[in-house]
Design a protein around this ligand. Structure first.
Ligand code: ATP
Length: 215
């Protein structure tokens, strides 16, 4: 079996250090071979991101550029219809039949998991790695608590021994940061120093994304 890889999906409007820091810490703690950043396609009937798909992709690419073993997977963004995570994981599993997959998410995503399509099957294709996120207390519903109890394990390196099936808690340095907060900061003319990679901050400025006029 190959070494496990990580996948982090998100709207990334914009990508920020609250995404990157836990993902990089997960890479270290779990000794992942690589990490794929996967921007989501947003269906037309949902609230649209402020940045266009191309801008979100460009920002994710700039963020990945200087990071070792971090790549961008634009499969969901390039599709005309939104993908369910389960379908993306099934596709990745068939492309990488002997690579354990670690799907990374923040606590807020875990709490919303029961709304995801075929959520109980996600662990048939990947491990779930959950980063603690300030402001999000783990008050799990009964079905989610049962799911967590069935899958959680304490040993992060066990992810390399099977293709999926485990849930790992990531307790490294949580960071209270959200894209919503960053968009608000930008609308107020505040700086993004230390909150997004410098190249992403430069791109946002050059493109004039998130200026008050467009919010
Ligand atoms: P928004 O504020 O626009 O809702 P967001 O900052 O929550 O955006 P998303 O693109 O929706 O970012 O998140 C992608 C993934 O990253 C999700 O699994 C989310 O839980 C996780 N994530 C985002 N911010 C953090 C953070 N500060 N700590 C841990 N996980 C995070």
């Amino acid at each position: 079996m190959k070494r496990a890889i990580g996948i982090l999906g998100g709207t990334f409007d914009p990508i920020h250090l609250g995404h990157l820091q836990p993902a990089l810490e997960a890479m270290q703690t779990l000794q992942l071979a690589s990490l794929r950043l996967m921007p989501n396609h947003i269906p037309p009937h949902r609230p649209q991101p402020v940045a266009t798909s191309n801008q979100r992709l460009a920002m994710v690419k700039l963020a990945a550029e200087d990071l070792t073993s971090v790549t961008v997977d634009d499969r969901e963004l390039r599709r005309l219809t939104p993908s369910y995570t389960i379908d993306t994981l099934i596709e990745l599993r068939s492309e990488l039949p002997d690579t354990p997959l670690c799907f990374l998410m923040g606590m807020d995503s875990l709490l919303g998991l029961p709304n995801w399509h075929r959520w109980q099957e996600l662990t048939e294709y990947a491990h779930l790695v959950v980063a603690v996120r300030p402001g999000w207390q783990p008050e799990l519903s009964c079905e989610l608590a049962e799911f967590v109890a069935t899958h959680q394990i304490d040993s992060p390196l066990a992810v390399h021994q099977q293709l999926g099936g485990h849930l790992i808690w990531l307790h490294n340095q949580p960071r209270a940061l959200s894209a919503t907060e960053l968009r608000t900061r930008l609308a107020q003319g505040d700086s993004l120093d230390g909150l997004v990679p410098q190249k992403v901050a430069d791109y946002i400025r050059q493109q004039g994304i998130y200026r008050p006029a467009v919010l």
